[in-house]
Design a protein around this ligand. Structure first.
Ligand SMILES: NC(=O)c1ccc[n+]([C@@H]2O[C@H](COP(=O)([O-])OP(=O)(O)OC[C@H]3O[C@@H](n4cnc5c(N)ncnc54)[C@H](OP(=O)(O)O)[C@@H]3O)[C@@H](O)[C@H]2O)c1
Length: 286
């Protein structure tokens, strides 16, 4: 790898592939690091990958050899492994998740917290970006799954009437944030929340998704969260209805609103409005 080269871990995932596309478009050299060469090849991005599973410390070290900047779009739980394998002089751009702030602990959130703690303790220059819900990528199961559900439901049963706040970020803005983070010189390990321009109640988000998908926003039926959680497993039995997990219902009861001042100031990124992001999402063939 030449000095300028960026190693992209998780290059065959949604955020990784979008970043690689943007790097290629900007003429920036990168090396995709993937566990499945065939999956990478199917994306048609061309660059020759280095193959390493994050569980294999030796292969990972070999894959990252020579990189001056390492960006990881794999789960933050892999941070300690990446820190151990990355060249000492490499700066790091890592993806975390705002799930780390949730009051409901789960393996995902705990993994992000552990990864963030390892990153801050290592104090290698770089940043861990904590995105909120990401929508708009090919194959994402946030907005697309919601639209599939809205096609089936005459009413929207929501805990607390869907008043808790969400602040989704479009995949294109995630890519812009990753690029900005890669281009910025970091002096120490930092963390940054990246989110959409403003929070809105989930019920308004749902209505915006319905309109963007060409559907009539359904009336909202406030239902106690406990009852909905008990009913959630039934979605497995309904043909054509996307599956909903009980923990997802519980998370719909907590506000997920974030100050994006630091994102704007540090990365210089102004995220696109939800309506524009949804228009981009549904303009693509579904
Ligand atoms: N999507 C969201 O709404 C959202 C919101 C907040 C935070 N995040 C975080 O942002 C990051 C990127 O999200 P995403 O939607 O792009 O996720 P994704 O599509 O699931 O991509 C994850 C990537 O990690 C790779 N990976 C997983 N385990 C691996 C292993 N053992 N060895 C090597 N590679 C491995 C996957 O490889 P394969 O391609 O081979 O599967 C994939 O390329 C994730 O950490 C996610 O937790 C996502």
């Amino acid at each position: 790898m030449t000095a300028a080269v960026i190693a992209v871990v998780g290059a065959s995932g949604r955020s990784g592939a979008a970043l690689c596309r943007a790097l290629a478009a900007a003429g920036e050299a990168y090396v995709p690091v993937v566990r499945d060469a065939a999956k990478w090849a199917a994306l048609g991005l061309g660059a020759t990958p280095r193959v390493a599973d994050l569980r294999d410390a030796g292969r990972l070290r070999a894959a990252l050899a020579g990189a001056r900047r390492v960006v990881s779009c794999a789960h933050a739980r892999w941070t300690a492994a990446i820190l151990a394998a990355a060249p000492a002089e490499a700066s790091l751009v890592l993806m975390g998740s705002t799930r780390r702030f949730s009051r409901w602990p789960d393996a995902h959130g705990e993994g992000v917290r552990a990864g963030e703690a390892a990153f801050l303790a290592g104090n290698r220059p770089g940043v861990m970006l904590h995105p909120t819900m990401i929508y708009g990528a090919e194959g994402e199961d946030n907005v697309q799954r919601l639209a599939a559900l809205l096609r089936r439901l005459p009413v929207a049963p929501l805990p607390g009437g869907g008043r808790a706040l969400v602040q989704p970020i479009h995949q294109d803005d995630v890519t812009r944030c990753l690029l900005a983070a890669l281009r910025r010189p970091w002096r120490r390990a930092e963390t940054l929340v990246i989110a959409g321009p403003e929070p809105l109640p989930y019920r308004a988000f749902l209505a915006a998704v319905a309109r963007a998908a060409g559907l009539r926003p359904p009336p909202v039926l406030p239902v106690p969260a406990g009852l909905l959680r008990a009913l959630a497993p039934l979605t497995r039995l309904l043909p054509g209805v996307p599956r909903i997990r009980p923990d997802e219902i519980r998370r719909l009861t907590e506000d997920k609103a974030f100050d994006i001042g630091p994102m704007r100031r540090t990365l210089g990124i102004a995220p696109i409005p939800l309506a524009e992001g949804l228009a981009r999402t549904f303009a693509r063939p579904q």
